[in-house]
Every structure is written in structure tokens, then in C-alpha cells.
Design a binder for this molecule. Sequence first.
Ligand SMILES: Cc1cc2nc3c(=O)[nH]c(=O)nc-3n(C[C@H](O)[C@H](O)[C@H](O)COP(=O)(O)OP(=O)(O)OC[C@H]3O[C@@H](n4cnc5c(N)ncnc54)[C@H](O)[C@@H]3O)c2cc1C
Length: 385
Amino acid sequence: MFENLRYLVVGAGITGSVIAERIAAVLGERVLLIDKRPHTGGNCHSSIDPETGIETHMYGSHIFHTSIEKVWEYISRFSAFTSYRHKVLIRCGGKTFFMPINLKTLIDFFGRNFSPDQARELMAQERDAFTHPRNLEEKAISLIGRPLYETFIAGYTQKQWGRSPQDLPADIITRLPVRTNFNTDYFNDPHQGVPKDGYFTLFDRLLSHPKIEVRTGTDFRSIRDQVPASCLVVYTGMIDEYFDHRLGALDWRSLSFEWETLPTCDFQGTTVMNYGDVDVPFTRIHEFKHYHPERREPFELEKTVICREYPAQYVPGREAYYPVNNTRNQELLAGYQKLAKQNTSLLFCGRLGSYRYWDMDKAIESALDLFEREILPRAGKGSAK
Ligand SMILES: Cc1cc2nc3c(=O)[nH]c(=O)nc-3n(C[C@H](O)[C@H](O)[C@H](O)COP(=O)(O)OP(=O)(O)OC[C@H]3O[C@@H](n4cnc5c(N)ncnc54)[C@H](O)[C@@H]3O)c2cc1C
């Protein structure tokens, strides 16, 4: 398997899969792509629930959205996307509101009409109260005022981070999206949707090049001694784990998912319902059949698949989902990046390798850039299109 191997990509998520596709398609080189999980797709993986025929996203809802034309052009080669537009609702104090905050949210919350100018005035009311916010709570109040903060942000944030917003740094948020119109879409990007034939088909097509060899259920740690020294390793796993945490472990937040099949056609009438109240232990419920209203069969069934999402502390063995951006972790990351530079046949990328939260489009953009910047020149080739 490793004889004469020149390219090894660790991690078959969107980042590793794009890199492998580029190596095979542009360089015409054999590439081995491994993943310790039993499937490709990383956190974007989806599968069809055998009981209901509903496509479920195994690691939480994934909606593709982008404003980056290069990324849209690239990913559209492997899949068509539906015209699904994501809406998010939040349930707080027994009522349901649209997120992000927009005129409809304000009208439902305050029980009176708002013009766009009145909404702007409302948001600005407490702007001067905290000119130097000391924590996330003060920052959020300065951006949207106390009543909206207490209802929509305080409880959800406390659950998400497992800490009071008063104990979280102000710079976790730079802005809170607020719309002064009736647009209830969650994303603004011109390109939005979910893969028409499922994420699993998108990944099958992305990895269909005959020069790509995929090995799932293969942990890098079990094969690292067999990798030839001359082989370029593109590593999309955790950067601190690669170095056996020798400088210390980077902090992450994790999630746990509780799945249920219910004997009803439609449980909540939408894909994602957030729960803002702090005494409700989960942050959201996903109902997957609503991602594909064009697939009629699941709507003819008196069954639906839902998943409750619970924030959780990260401990080794759990999945790492959200990096914790504070000074300690940034300094630790800089230390690992310095170690990485000492090995010229090793590149880190992806959300785990870069210790960054990236949506799929940013992960693809970063993979395409890494290929152009680092891998093409090593192969003595110019720009790829
Ligand atoms: C709850 C949640 C919801 C999200 N929703 C959206 C959304 O709606 N839209 C959007 O655009 N983005 C969304 N994202 C972000 C999206 O998941 C990421 O952009 C994407 O997964 C990044 O891909 P990646 O390949 O960098 O990482 P991953 O998908 O994590 O892939 C890394 C892979 O490396 C493998 N690996 C790690 N270590 C090893 C090892 N030692 N040996 C072998 N394999 C290894 C892992 O098993 C994994 O499969 C969401 C993220 C979360 C957490």
C-alpha cells in the first residue's frame, strides 16, 4: 500500500477529499486518502435511515451556502444543489421566534409594529452603556439591548459554552446579525442548498477518480511508521494529536446527539428549532425530512427522524467540534505550527489541523488555496483550473 507512495491525505472530510481530488485530477498522481471513521465525508457525512428513507446528517445539520464563486464553481462539478433556503426558529418562554433577529422577531417579541428606523434605534439604545465591554454579556447588550439579549442570547450561550456569558470574553462575538427588514432567511449568500442526491453521493463523486485510493477505518497512528519519508502527508486531523500533545492539549467544545424516530409525519414543521431557555438542556432539535421537501415519499409516512443536540465538554474520545479561541489556545497553536514548519513533507489543513471553525465553503476555499500554494509548486506545476 505504501510502496512508492508520494501523497497521503489524512482525513476524508471535505478538506481532505478536495485535496485528494486535486492531486489526482491535476497532478495525475496516485493518492491514498485515509480516515479513522468508517465513512468518508467527515462531519458532512449523511446517510439514508433504513426505516424511514429519510436522509440524516450524522454530525448535525449541514446546509451548503457560499458567496465565494470559485468554491461554488468547483463544488457544483460534483453535485447539483436543491433550492432549499435555511430558516431557523427559536423557542423561548413558550413562544417561537425567527432567527436571526429581524422585524418579524421584534414585532412578535414586543407585540407592536416596528419600522426599519425604529428597529435601528432600538438596537442602538444601549450602545453607549458599555463602550469597553468586559465580557460577552456586556458586548451583546451593547449590540442589541438587554431584553433581546436576555431572551435570545443569554440562555443559549450559557448552554453552548457551559459557562455564564459574564465569564466569557467579549471578543467571542464581534457582531450579532440583526436584520431591519422582513427577510427571515438564515444565510445571505447567493448560493444555498443541500446536495440534490445527498452528501454521500457528493463525496462518492468527489472521490471517484481512479488515482484516489480510499481507506476508511484507518487511523494515521496505526500506519505512520510505514509512510515513506519522501511522501507528502496532508494532515486534516488535530494538530496537537499529531504531535502527541507534547506542548499541551488544545481546548474544544463537543456535542452529543440524541436520535429518535417518532410516529408522526411532521414533528416541528421545520428543519431546525433552537431552544433558548437555560432549563431546556439541549440547544436545538433537527428534523431532517424538511431538508428535502421535494422528496415526497418521506412525507407520506407517519414517521419522522429527529435529533436533539446537546453541548458537551470535550474530552479525548469525543468528537471535537468548536475551537475555544482564547490566548492560551492561540499561543499553543502557534507553538504547534512552529513544530509543523520543521517537517517539509507535512502540511496541516482543515478545521482540526488549523484549529479554526470553518463552514464548508471556507474549508473548500482553504483546501483549494493550499493545493495551489503548497502542493502544485512542489510538483513543479503552475496554476490549476
Ligand atoms: C454541528 C455543526 C454543524 C455545522 N453545520 C454547517 C453548515 O450548516 N454549513 C456549513 O457550511 N458548515 C457547517 N459546519 C462546518 C463543517 O462541518 C466543516 O466546515 C467541515 O466539516 C470541515 O471539514 P474538514 O474536512 O476540515 O473536517 P472534518 O469534517 O472534521 O474531517 C476531518 C476528518 O479527519 C479524520 N481524522 C482525524 N484524525 C484522524 C487520524 N488520526 N487518522 C485518520 N483520520 C483522522 C476525521 O475522522 C474526520 O473524518 C458545521 C459544523 C458543526 C460542528
